[in-house]
Ligand binder design. Sequence first.
Ligand code: ZN
Length: 70
Amino acid sequence: MRTQPREVRCTACNILLAKVEENGLVIQRGELQATIHGEFHAALVCYRPRCRKLNVLRLSTVTKLAVATA
Ligand SMILES: [Zn+2]
């Protein structure tokens, strides 16, 4: 069964920061695309100039696809 891509949004302004897909966390910004797989913590600073909120993700794509925002 295919899992639906899950959106990771800024907790402050709700802008889209990344997506969680089958193969990992996908960040796409202009020409940059990053796919991150494994078990890790990621700290994403919101790219909206007036926001700049730090969003911390705990993600594991090893056992099962799960993401938690703190
Ligand atoms: Zn934001």
